[in-house]
Design a binder for this molecule. Structure first.
Ligand SMILES: Cc1cc2nc3c(=O)[nH]c(=O)nc-3n(C[C@H](O)[C@H](O)[C@H](O)COP(=O)(O)O)c2cc1C
Length: 416
C-alpha cells in the first residue's frame, strides 16, 4: 500500500455533488500549464486532486504563437507572487492530442473528474470540439470566453464574454452540440455589468459559469529602461493577472452572480488556501479551481487543502461542504441597507508596542483622533474618532486595537 492511500490528514468526507458529477473533494486544477501535460495531471490525481480542466484546446490547424518569457510577478511587501502575470495563450496541443489525454485519464482514473477547456472562432469549430471531446469521455467542458489576450477569430484582442450577444450566441452553439455533458462558460470580470453576461449564459442554456478568468494588467515598468514586464527584447504587452491579488475581485464576481442568477458556479481566480475555498463556497461557488498556487507551491498543496477543510468542518460542526454553500450571501446587502453602527476605536494598553503606526495613520489618513501620551501609548479621542477602522487595519499586533460600541468604554481606565 502506498502511503498516499492512507489519508492521515482527512477525517471528513469532503465529496461534493456538482453538475451531476461526484467530486471526491471540491478542489480541482484550473486550465493552465499544470493541466497541459499528461504526466503532470496523472501526478496531481495520484496526490489527491479531485479533477482537472485540461488546458484550453482548439481544432487542428489553429495557430498558437507563444512568446517567451511569458511570466512576470507582482511582489508585495515581501510576499512573492502576490500576483502573477502571464502572456500565455491557449494550449499548443490541438484536440487530437487532448482527446487522447482524456481517454487515457478516464481509463486510469475513472473516479476523477476530467474537464476540457475549449476555444474556437467559428460555430462549426466550437461544435466539433464539443463532439470530439464528449465522445472521448470528458466529464464536462469549459469554454474560454475570457482569455486576457483575446479570442480566436474575428475581433482578436476582444474577449467573447465582453459581449452579451456573442456570449449568448456562442454558448448556445456549444450547448446545442453537447449531448449529455455539462457546459460551463468561463467569463471575465472586465465588464460594466457582470449580471448581463451571467444572464446571457443562463439564457443560452449552458449549465454553469466559471467565474472568473485572469484580469488584464500591466505588471510593472523597469524604471531605468522603461520597458514593462515581462520583457521580450525591449517589448512587452499586457498580462493576465492571477493569484492572491485578484481574490477580492473574484469574490465580488461570484457573489454578485450567485445572488442574482440561478446557475451553478465554478470558482477560479485567487484561491490559494483551504480557507479561500471556503470563502468562494460561502459566496456561491461549487467546486474551486487552483492555478497560481499550484504553479508556486506544487500539487502537494492538496494535502493542506483537504486537511484544512476537514478540520474546519469539524470545528464548525458541519457535516459536509454543502453546509458552507452560499452561507455568506444573506449577510451581503447594498450600501443603503447597511446598519449604521456607532463604534469607536479602543486600544488595549497591555498589547500596545508603542510603534505609533496607528497615530500616524489616523493623523494623516483618518480623523486626527489618536494622540500620543508621555508613555507613548496612544489614546483615542472619543469626540474625534468616527470609527472608520483604519487604526485597527494598520496595527501590527493582532487584537491590540478593536472597534467597540461607545458604551463598552465606560469600564476602561486610561492611564499614562
Ligand atoms: C500561465 C497560465 C496559463 C493559463 N492558461 C489558461 C488557459 O489556457 N485557459 C483558461 O481558461 N485559463 C487559463 N489560465 C487561467 C487559469 O485557469 C485561472 O483561471 C487563473 O489563473 C486564475 O486562477 P488562480 O488565481 O488560481 O491562478 C491560465 C493561467 C496561467 C497563470
Amino acid at each position: 500500500m502506498n502511503i498516499r492511500d492512507i489519508d492521515i490528514y482527512t477525517t471528513r468526507d469532503l465529496s461534493y455533488d456538482f453538475l451531476g458529477l461526484r467530486f471526491e473533494n471540491p478542489f480541482i486544477l484550473a486550465a493552465a500549464p499544470s493541466t497541459d501535460n499528461l504526466e503532470m495531471v496523472r501526478r496531481a490525481f495520484h496526490m489527491g486532486w479531485a479533477g482537472a480542466i485540461l488546458k484550453t484546446t482548439s481544432v487542428e490547424g489553429t495557430r498558437v504563437d507563444l512568446a517567451y518569457p511569458m511570466m512576470s510577478t507582482f511582489n508585495h511587501d515581501g510576499k512573492k507572487l502576490f500576483g502573477m502575470g502571464n502572456i500565455d495563450l491557449i494550449s499548443e496541443h490541438h484536440v487530437d492530442k487532448v482527446e487522447n489525454n482524456v481517454r487515457m485519464l478516464k481509463k486510469e482514473f475513472p473516479e476523477k473528474i476530467v474537464g476540457a477547456s475549449i476555444m474556437a472562432g467559428r460555430k462549426e469549430d466550437w461544435q466539433h470540439l464539443v463532439e470530439r471531446l464528449e465522445s472521448a469521455g470528458v466529464d464536462f467542458i469549459e469554454c474560454s470566453f475570457s482569455c486576457p489576450q483575446g479570442n480566436i477569430g474575428e475581433d482578436p484582442g476582444k474577449m467573447l464574454a465582453q459581449s452579451v450577444v456573442a456570449t449568448e450566441l456562442t454558448a448556445r452553439w456549444v450547448k446545442e452540440a453537447a449531448k449529455r455533458i455539462p457546459i460551463s462558460i468561463k467569463i471575465t470580470p472586465h465588464v460594466t455589468d457582470i449580471l448581463e453576461i451571467a444572464r446571457a449564459v443562463k439564457r443560452s442554456g449552458a449549465d454553469a459559469i466559471t467565474a472568473s478568468n485572469s484580469l488584464q494588467a500591466l505588471m510593472g515598468i523597469d524604471i531605468r529602461t522603461f520597458v514593462p514586464y515581462p520583457q521580450l527584447n525591449g517589448r512587452s504587452t499586457h498580462s493576465g493577472l492571477t493569484g492572491p491579488a485578484i481574490k477580492p475581485i473574484t469574490l465580488k464576481t461570484i457573489s454578485e452572480i450567485a445572488r442574482n442568477v440561478d446557475i451553478p458556479i465554478l470558482g477560479t481566480g485567487g484561491a490559494s488556501t483551504w480557507s479561500d475555498a471556503v470563502e468562494f463556497t460561502a459566496v456561491g461557488a461549487g467546486v474551486v479551481q487552483f492555478c497560481t498556487a499550484v504553479m508556486h507551491h506544487g500539487f502537494r498543496i492538496i494535502d493542506d487543502l483537504k486537511s484544512g477543510l476537514s478540520h474546519y468542518l469539524d470545528d464548525m460542526n458541519f457535516t459536509s461542504v454543502t453546509n458552507i454553500h452560499r452561507r455568506a450571501l444573506p449577510h451581503l446587502v447594498t450600501h443603503d441597507d447597511l446598519p449604521r453602527c456607532s463604534v469607536r476605536s479602543h486600544i488595549n494598553d497591555a498589547l500596545c508596542i508603542q510603534c505609533e503606526v496607528c497615530y500616524v495613520a489616523c493623523r494623516d489618513g483618518g480623523h486626527i483622533a489618536i494622540d500620543r501620551r508621555p508613555s507613548k501609548i496612544p489614546i483615542v479621542s472619543e469626540e474625534r474618532c468616527v470609527g472608520c477602522g483604519l487604526c485597527e487595519l494598520v496595527c501590527p499586533v493582532e487584537g491590540c486595537i478593536e472597534m467597540r460600541a461607545p458604551q463598552e468604554f465606560s469600564t476602561v481606565n486610561y492611564t499614562g
